[in-house]
Ligand binder design. Structure first.
Ligand SMILES: Nc1ncnc2c1ncn2[C@@H]1O[C@H](COP(=O)(O)OP(=O)(O)OP(=O)(O)O)[C@@H](O)[C@H]1O
Ligand SMILES: [Mg+2]
Length: 245
């Protein structure tokens, strides 16, 4: 029996690029203080993709926190549009976007200091409706706190009794507990020793590369920026992107 002639395999077509999870188009931002106006962002066009770990760098005062607060839906830009999965944030609703799709680790932590560390994490899970795949919210919160180096004793302490570095790690665990598409972090390793910071960066990489989330981290730390896939540099109100991977 002669074998039927084989039809040559069609050349594999590259998969179409996944649509960006978040798009900033012509975004500008001006702070007004009485008669004075300060333009912080001039014109920013940016696409953020799932599965990518971004760092945001730039001199102090260049607008990094401002960019994060717009992209995370805490504030609205004075010009331009921001879309999550193609939907304008203004239509989706900023509260809904923040609760369901984006979590933020703030530069000043913004923890509920009179509650314990574990209560801070479970409260965020209750507010955002995050449910662990197995076990209770409390057991998931304790697991995440342990992951960022907070032991059981510290987990049961009121936040105001914890050190700056411990508070920063509670803020990280709180953001990790919310099952979101995008994680924003503003100087998340500023108060941490090198070893703990390296552990946190490893978690960010896992979230992006293994869980296909988008991770956006503002930092002054060059070593952290060097670990990211793309570096966004803010200067004079504009952003330039360097692709590292
Ligand atoms: N709520 C506000 N009202 C008025 N001006 C503001 C406000 N927030 C920030 N600014 C101004 O906008 C500019 C950018 O501030 P932003 O906090 O975004 O900078 P940054 O790059 O995060 O700085 P840092 O590295 O020091 O954290 C600064 O000049 C700041 O004074
Ligand atoms: Mg800042």
């Amino acid at each position: 029996m002669t074998a039927a002639p084989r039809t040559p395999a069609a050349p594999a077509r590259p998969a179409p690029p996944a649509p960006p999870v978040l798009t900033l188009s012509g975004v500008g931002h001006v702070y007004r203080d009485g008669h004075r106006a300060r333009t912080v962002l001039q014109h920013v066009d940016l696409d953020f993709e799932r599965g990518v770990f971004y760092s945001v760098v730039g001199p102090s005062g260049s607008g990094k926190t401002t960019l994060l607060s717009l992209a995370s839906g805490l504030d609205s830009p004075t010009r331009g549009t921001i879309r999550f999965d193609g939907r304008d944030l203004a239509d989706l609703g900023l509260g809904r976007y923040r609760n369901r799709h984006a979590a933020t680790i703030f530069q000043q932590y913004n923890l509920l200091t009179y509650l314990t560390a574990v209560q801070n994490v479970t409260t965020a899970m209750e507010i955002t409706g995050a449910r662990p795949a197995t076990g209770s919210r409390r057991s998931r919160a304790l697991e995440l706190l342990e992951r960022v180096g907070i032991d059981r004793e510290a987990a049961r302490s009121r936040v105001l009794r914890l050190s700056g570095g411990q508070q920063q790690r509670v803020a990280i665990a709180r953001a990790l507990a919310c099952d979101v598409d995008i994680l924003f972090a503003d100087e998340p390793t500023g108060s941490l020793d090198e070893e703990t910071a390296a552990g946190i960066v490893a978690i960010f990489k896992e979230l992006a590369h293994e869980q296909n989330r988008c991770v956006v981290v503002v930092t002054h730390n060059q070593a952290l920026a060097a670990e990211s896939d793309r570096v966004l540099t803010l200067r004079r109100g504009r952003v330039s992107t360097t692709r590292r991977r």
